[in-house]
Design a protein around this ligand. Structure first.
Ligand code: UDP
Length: 254
């Protein structure tokens, strides 16, 4: 394979130049980080599993009319995506109290929220992704009122659709984080779902036992991270056939 240009390396993914203009290749790493990079580790096979899980969920979402950056999976660790201009806002949707909202508002973990709550965080490692209001987003020009409207309505639809899909395989969608980007075509610009949807950025609890099947296993040193991600992939019917044997996948070409 030809050498290709690395455009960006994040905590869990690498972006390479794509085969044609307007496309990128998204490579999923096994690296895991938490608490704004203070905790680092590797979950062997995570990249392979997240590639499949995100492919599956983005494909299902596209089928119900949510525009996404996903084009197709290329191999075990890579997918072809459309190049978008990432909006520097993380949209978090919460159904059940967990994580930072419990501390901030003194809520008991596991408490059903009175309704789904959408929060915005400004993407900034330096500032530790602070919680912000719409006022900050529009005043500082991070996104327009129309962008916020689009992100909010898509996030709620995604929440409804994914909550249903996941409960069908015995998983409670506790909360999750989304990122969006502006996709420029010749005639227009639309806001599309970007990044990934996987147990790295969703809290998923077994609906029978409330067992955590997501990155909280890593954050809280619970062990069994890989098994948890595999279980999510298995329930969604996307566990690679060769199972753990397949998990190493090809090495990234730099
Ligand atoms: N999340 C994420 N990236 C972040 C912060 C949060 O993917 O930088 C996800 C996290 O996995 C959870 C949801 O967003 O599903 C809500 O996270 P929370 O605000 O509770 O923060 P945390 O407890 O993870 O610090």
């Amino acid at each position: 394979m030809a050498r290709r240009r690395k455009l960006y390396e994040g905590k869990a993914k690498v972006l390479y130049e794509g085969p044609e203009p307007g496309t990128l290749i998204q490579y999923f790493k096994d690296d895991a980080t938490a608490f704004n990079n203070a905790k680092k580790g590797v979950i062997t096979g995570k990249g392979v599993l997240n590639n499949r899980i995100s492919e599956y969920l983005m494909t299902r979402l596209a089928e119900v009319g949510i525009p996404t950056h996903f084009v197709r999976r290329l191999n075990m660790r890579e997918q072809l995506i459309r190049e978008v201009e990432i909006i520097p806002i993380e949209v978090v949707v919460r159904n059940i109290a967990a994580g930072s909202i419990c501390k901030r508002l003194d809520l008991e973990e596991g408490k059903m929220l009175p309704r789904s709550i959408v929060e915005y965080y400004y993407k900034s490692d330096r500032l530790n992704d602070p919680l912000v209001a719409e006022e900050h987003i529009t005043a500082f020009g991070w996104a327009s009122a129309q962008d916020i409207d689009d992100m909010m309505s898509m996030s709620l639809r995604i929440n409804d659709f994914l909550s249903g899909l996941l409960i069908g395989v015995g998983l409670r969608l506790v909360d999750f984080k989304l990122e969006f980007g502006r996709y420029y075509t010749e005639e227009s610009v639309i806001v599309v779902l970007a990044d990934e949807i996987s147990p790295d950025n969703c809290r998923l609890w077994d609906s029978g036992t409330n067992e955590k099947l997501d990155k909280d296993r890593f954050r809280r040193d619970l062990g069994g991270e890989r098994e948890a991600y595999q279980e999510v992939a298995r329930r969604l019917g996307v566990l690679p056939e060769a199972g753990p044997m397949d998990l190493k996948g090809p090495k990234a070409i730099q």
